[in-house]
Design a protein around this ligand. Structure first.
Ligand SMILES: [Fe+2]
Length: 184
């Protein structure tokens, strides 16, 4: 190898996965990105649990809606792992808490889902401000469409919560919403 290219490769940084790193991620940002990854994986399992809760109660429209949400969350988790790998980092998957499986009413369950989405948005916003502070423009650009999709998710669950409140647990109204969700 010519001396000039040897010097060139020696000046590059490599991550724990052995991939070249263009810019190292700030420690606190990295820690928060991994925490957020755990939250997305947790949402995946939590929505799956909700899908089962509805299936056990013959509400198959709600059940398939939550199964779709569960799959979406796995795709979100994958976006974060792809990003971290692209930046040269190795993925450490953490333990997940057991999912909540019991709710007293549909309204309680949907409120729980809405809270989970708003917590995810707060976590993304936190990532956004840390990456801004550490001048990690790459992470800001990566997070932009994620903030946008969080706003849509919050809107979806606020709408569903509004409809369920309006239905006041009347079976005929709940069945209409169930049918609507199945057709989505
Ligand atoms: Fe998500």
């Amino acid at each position: 190898m010519p001396e000039s290219s040897l010097q060139f490769s020696q000046s590059l940084k490599f991550g724990s996965s052995g991939r070249a790193i263009a810019q190292e991620i700030d420690d606190s940002l990295l820690e928060n990105l991994f925490e957020h990854l755990t939250m997305e994986r947790n949402a995946n399992v939590q929505y799956f649990s909700m899908s089962l809760w509805f299936k056990e109660r013959e509400l198959r429209g709600f059940s398939s809606f939550f199964l779709r949400e569960s799959r979406e969350e796995m795709l979100h988790a994958q976006k974060f792992t792809d990003y971290l790998i692209a930046r040269g980092y190795k993925i450490n998957l953490k333990d997940l808490p057991s999912p909540v499986q019991e709710w007293d009413s549909i309204q309680d369950l949907i409120s729980f889902a809405f809270k989970m989405e708003s917590d995810l948005t707060t976590s993304v916003e936190q990532l956004y401000s840390i990456s801004e502070r550490s001048s990690d423009i790459r992470t800001n650009v990566f997070l932009d469409p994620i903030v946008e999709s969080q706003i849509k998710s919050e809107d979806t669950f606020a709408y569903l919560l509004g409809k369920i409140k309006f239905a006041e647990n009347q079976p005929s109204a709940v069945l209409i919403i169930d049918k609507e969700l199945n057709e989505e």
